[in-house]
Design a protein. Structure first.
Length: 298
């Protein structure tokens, strides 16, 4: 995979579980088919939406293997390989490369707050030894380590780094990253409510929780924007906000995404404990959002 292939709508898919909280292979294949059949441009496995902190190393590898197989080569697979140590990240990358992932996406270490030079060296080491390309994943809300635009510009010059997923509420940081590094790597937003705006300022696509639920809408928004049909794109973006507000804010994004898929007849089970399920009021809100997108009958 190269930077020019990292673009468009890339759903960050859920990891389905059965009643015993084990990975549900048949449901995972159904989710993969759902997004591929609706024209997505890639698939991200074992990210936050995929509940990676709650998966074992073996489960992460198995999830990516299943998705690679189920996608039938119709979309490249970018595997989440977040971990706190450089050593463990490289072990996870070896696993995902072995089962056919096209690239690995890597957050900064979390829990410990690190100086910028340590973060830079972490990625340099990973890129040097990774057998597949690297996508940098900036998500300071969850990692506690923000990758500044200047640091991202340095990372864009590192061999084997092909892209960035920018999950930062400050749209200005995305704009600055695009200015400094947009010629060197593919830069995607990771925030659904920023999708249309991000495309307008030069982002190449999105890693999206919403695209797991409604891939057809996200692909349509992408196509409208690239074709210059901005009135249609903005109108669709505003409709999608009915769902985005459940996927980005309280009560978190994993349980609402899974509940939406369950409501749509794609059974993915519940979140793995200790993550909480939705309340009845929250479920009603998600259902209403799906109705506004014509994904459920009124």
């Amino acid at each position: 995979m190269n930077k020019n292939e990292l673009k468009g709508v890339i759903p960050a898919i859920v990891t389905p579980f059965d009643e015993d909280e084990m990975v549900d292979e048949s449901a995972l294949r159904a989710v993969t088919k759902h997004v591929v059949d609706n024209g997505v441009h890639g698939i991200m496995t074992t990210g936050g939406t995929g509940e990676f902190p709650l998966l074992s190393r073996e489960e992460k590898k198995e999830v990516t293997r299943i998705v690679v197989e189920a996608s039938e080569g119709k979309a490249p697979i970018i595997a989440g390989t977040a971990a706190c140590s450089t050593r463990e990240v490289l072990q996870l990358i070896e696993d995902t490369a072995e089962v056919g992932a096209a690239a690995a996406i890597v957050t900064p270490p979390f829990y410990f707050i690190l100086p910028e030079e340590a973060l830079y060296q972490h990625y340099v080491e990973i890129a040097k030894f990774s057998p597949i390309p690297i996508v940098v994943y900036n998500n300071p809300l969850y990692t506690g380590n923000n990758l500044s635009p200047n640091l991202l510009a340095r990372l864009a010059e590192v061999d084997n780094v092909i892209g960035l997923k920018q999950s930062q509420d400050d749209l200005g940081q995305l704009v600055e990253a695009l200015r400094l590094a947009g010629e060197q790597i593919s830069i995607c937003t990771g925030i659904d409510s920023q999708f249309y705006a991000a495309l307008c300022v030069g982002a190449t696509g999105i890693f999206s929780t919403a695209a797991t639920v409604c891939p057809q809408h996200m692909v349509e928004l992408y196509d409208h924007t690239l074709a210059g049909r901005h009135s249609e794109a903005l109108a669709l973006h505003n409709r999608l906000q009915n769902l985005n507000k459940y996927l980005e804010y309280d009560p978190g994004y994993v349980a609402p995404a899974k509940e939406a898929l369950n409501m749509m007849g794609i059974p993915v089970g519940s979140v793995r404990r200790p993550l909480p399920d939705l309340t009845e009021d929250e479920k009603a809100g998600v259902r209403k959002a799906l109705v506004t997108l014509d994904l459920l009958p009124a």
